[in-house]
Design a protein. Structure first.
Length: 144
């Protein structure tokens, strides 16, 4: 099954270019040109990965998209796409798992996305295993 990606950027050329590249490499891609549109799509579909530009309607609207994505029960991987590295490191505390700095070559973009998805899936598996282990420990204690 193709990984499903929500790509958010106010620049239509960036959206179309990245969508074409990702679809060529076996990703299913939905696009949004604003945070408002992205939030609607997050409510109506399930994604493996959400990639958003920082600057949309406001300077930090992309971070709002990241926070909203992280609150979804399906817990997508998240990446911030930007040409301006936030000097204050503010992107780190908002649920963003990866930072993609524009311009980005195709091979580098694909490597970073595949690596992020693998790390994210690995973390989900570990979290599920920890929850199962804790549940077993709780059951064993009750039985004692």
């Amino acid at each position: 099954m193709k990984p499903r990606v929500l790509l958010v950027d106010a620049n239509v050329m960036v959206l179309l270019t990245l969508k074409a590249v990702l679809e060529l490499h076996k990703f299913s891609v939905d696009v949004a040109a604003s945070a408002v549109e992205a939030l609607r799509k997050l409510d109506s579909a399930t994604y493996d990965l959400v990639i958003t530009e920082t600057h949309l309607e406001t300077e930090k609207a992309g971070l709002k998209v990241i926070r909203a994505a992280r609150l979804r029960p399906y817990n997508p991987a998240t990446a911030l796409l930007t040409a301006d590295l936030p000097a204050d490191g503010s992107w780190k505390g908002n649920g963003t798992e990866s930072l993609l700095i524009k311009p980005l070559g195709t091979a580098e973009l694909l490597n970073q996305i595949r690596s992020l998805l693998a790390r994210h899936r690995g973390g989900q598996v570990l979290s599920a295993q920890r929850r199962a282990s804790l549940a077993r420990m709780g059951t064993e204690r009750k039985a004692s």
